[in-house]
Design a binder for this molecule. Structure first.
Ligand SMILES: Nc1ncnc2c1ncn2[C@@H]1O[C@H](COP(=O)(O)OP(=O)(O)OP(=O)(O)O)[C@@H](O)[C@H]1O
Ligand SMILES: [Mg+2]
Length: 238
């Protein structure tokens, strides 16, 4: 397994957010993590990226234990996250936002190649290369933060609700970009989404989270037709 979480418990002060979550992701796989507001999806990503230390459990990445490592060490190991809410540096140019993603790298030629690949993947960013990031549309900002994460040359990309607040047409573009990144660059993807339909349609497997525990998991194509998933997660979508 590329990544595995075993019985992760995570608390904010005395209140639990994750109550023993186990999940895994194989090399090359795209796995979706779906669930309602407050279910604990972002907390899982915070635990993986070292932003929050689990109280119990174990996280391994390519066989190495990573819970307890710093966020910078974890980025260097090949895990990059696109946080929820986009978090652009609004006064900086698109170019400088993208370059921020390479902060742990020192291989100039490699960074230049990554930048080239990102601009080829997202031509809109090329058109707006010198523009202040705060003036991009929501969808363009989302492309830019995905591009920024790719600038770290990750093996594993964690995406936290990339479709949130984005026009349906652009949601499709972003979904296509995620598929292409995984296919062309061999990047494994853990995709957190409230847009369960989109997430299930582009992932191989999925976990449905409910109040800090995994309620259901399995092949995405099966979950798409599972009456429990339909009732709980697909009702209001699209
Ligand atoms: N910094 C914090 N301090 C206290 N409680 C927090 C903090 N961050 C999250 N929580 C709580 O932990 C639980 C899980 O939150 P989390 O952000 O992981 O949910 P989520 O599934 O990502 O939700 P959403 O879809 O709304 O982003 C929630 O009950 C939330 O209120
Ligand atoms: Mg969240």
């Amino acid at each position: 397994m590329l990544l595995s979480l075993e019985n992760i418990e995570l608390y904010y002060d005395h209140v639990y957010a994750l109550k023993g979550v186990s999940l895994n992701l194989a090399e090359g796989e795209t796995v979706a993590l779906i669930g309602a507001n407050g279910a604990g999806k972002s907390s899982i990503l915070r635990a993986i990226t070292g932003l929050r230390k689990p109280r119990a459990g174990m996280i391994t990445y390519r066989g190495d234990r990573i819970d307890g490592k710093s966020p910078a060490e974890i980025v260097k190991m090949g895990i990059a996250m696109v946080p929820e809410g986009r978090r652009v540096f609004p006064l900086m140019s698109v170019k400088d936002n993208l370059l921020m993603g390479a902060f742990t790298r020192s291989d100039k030629a490699g960074i230049a190649r990554s930048l080239d690949a990102v601009l080829t993947r997202f031509p809109r960013l090329k058109e707006r290369y010198g523009q202040q990031a705060g003036t991009l549309s929501g969808g363009e900002q989302q492309m830019m933060v995905i591009g920024r994460a790719l600038m770290a040359a990750p093996k594993l990309l964690l995406l936290d609700e990339p479709s949130l607040g984005i026009a349906p047409k652009l949601v499709q573009d972003i979904a296509r970009a995620i598929v292409a990144i995984s296919r062309d660059e061999g990047v494994s993807v853990l995709l957190v989404e409230q847009n369960s339909r989109m997430a299930l349609s582009i992932s191989a497997r999925a976990y449905a989270l409910s109040t800090g525990t995994v309620a259901l998991s399995g092949a995405s194509k099966d979950l798409m037709h599972d009456p429990r998933i339909k009732a709980a997660y697909l009702g209001g979508d699209i």
